[in-house]
Design a binder for this molecule. Structure first.
Ligand code: AMP
Ligand code: FES
Ligand code: ZN
Length: 315
């Protein structure tokens, strides 16, 4: 936040400075800027149309709550999905923020909130499940969330599943994939993945043109109450390190993050990539022998995880 600076567009007092765009905005012009960036993302990556039914995964954090708010305001039919991971007070306060937003804002647009509660449906919270199957908490969590996001979208007949990944998230992931030359992951780094085979929902990231800082500012300016604390299980230290490195570069040279990620999208032609992903998926994926969700193995990783958990005496 800054003092004594005027909005680049309307010349009233600015609320926020955006060095990467050589601009400063008042609240109204900042909201227009944010909506405009999301609109550009939706159009340029052919994410969805006004007639589509969208499901947004809302964690209670700033990004996904901002995304739900923006999509509703832009006139998209968007319901929410909260996955309660059962991580003590953290999951409880996340749930409260999501329910509060759903009741006070989303309901006014006729939107509904779906809640999936892991300890009720999977038999134990994420931390306990990870111990039972002897795997790191974050990867157990990732397997369950990915599965349940897709499952909910398919079960309730949504056309598209959206998540709140922002420019910082995508640039950090790209940096990691480039440093290790993870070619197969690079192919799937675009913000729009097709519903390549039956049983897979289309997945999109409409916030890839906005930074963490801009989304936090959007929530504060629009009085969207979100969970500030990070998950106590903490995401991989590597991702945090990549974000730190990119932030240093961004401070020295505003615009670096967007140049890196948007440049990658331009050079790799992601609007064409979904077609090749769809072709590859069609030849390598088939229904899981247990649940029917597409997988490259005989049984999907979610069903394997749950089978392992159920054979344990603890569940
Ligand atoms: P993260 O991997 O925690 O950075 O989250 C990335 C995105 O996944 C968020 O912006 C949300 O859209 C979604 N997400 C993460 N955790 C949850 C959750 N517990 N329930 C619903 N959506 C979630
Ligand atoms: Fe999944 Fe923290 S372990 S969000
Ligand atoms: Zn399965």
């Amino acid at each position: 936040m800054i003092r004594a600076m005027n909005c680049t567009k309307c010349k009233t007092k600015a609320a926020l400075k955006l060095p990467r765009h050589h601009a400063a905005f008042c609240k109204n012009c900042f909201n227009s800027f944010v909506h405009d960036q999301v609109h550009k993302a939706i159009r340029s990556q052919k994410m969805f149309e006004k007639t589509d039914r969208l499901l947004v995964a809302v964690s209670g954090g700033k990004d996904s709550l901002a995304l739900w708010d923006i999509l509703l305001k832009l006139g998209y039919k968007t319901d929410g999905l909260y996955v309660n991971l059962g991580i003590g007070g953290y999951s409880e306060s996340s749930r409260e923020k999501v329910v509060h937003f759903s009741e006070t804002v989303a309901a006014g647009y006729g939107a509904v909130l779906h809640v999936h509660t892991v300890d009720r449906e999977e038999g134990a919270g994420i931390r306990e499940l990870a111990i039972i199957v002897n795997r790191p908490t974050c990867s157990t969590c990732g397997t369950i969330k990915r599965y349940q996001f897709n499952h909910a979208a398919i079960r309730h007949g949504y056309d598209v599943m959206a998540t709140g990944h922002n420019l910082d998230d995508e640039a950090a992931r790209l940096l990691g994939n480039v440093l290790h030359w993870q070619a197969e992951y690079l192919e799937k780094q675009g913000p729009s993945l097709p519903a390549s085979v039956d049983g897979f929902a289309k997945k999109v990231k409409p916030l890839y043109r906005l930074t963490e800082r801009e989304l936090a500012a959007y929530c504060v300016l629009n009085k969207i109450d979100y969970v500030v604390e990070e998950c106590p299980m903490a995401q991989g230290a590597r991702t945090l390190l990549y974000k730190e490195v990119l932030n240093r570069l961004e401070t020295e040279s505003p615009g670096t993050k967007q140049m890196f990620y948007w440049g990658f999208l331009e050079k790799s032609g992601t609007t064409e990539t979904p077609t090749s992903i769809a072709e590859k998926d069609r030849s390598s994926l088939h229904p899981c022998s247990n649940c029917g969700q597409p997988t490259t193995a005989e049984t999907c990783s979610y069903c394997k995880l749950m089978a392992r958990a159920k054979t344990s005496t603890l569940l």
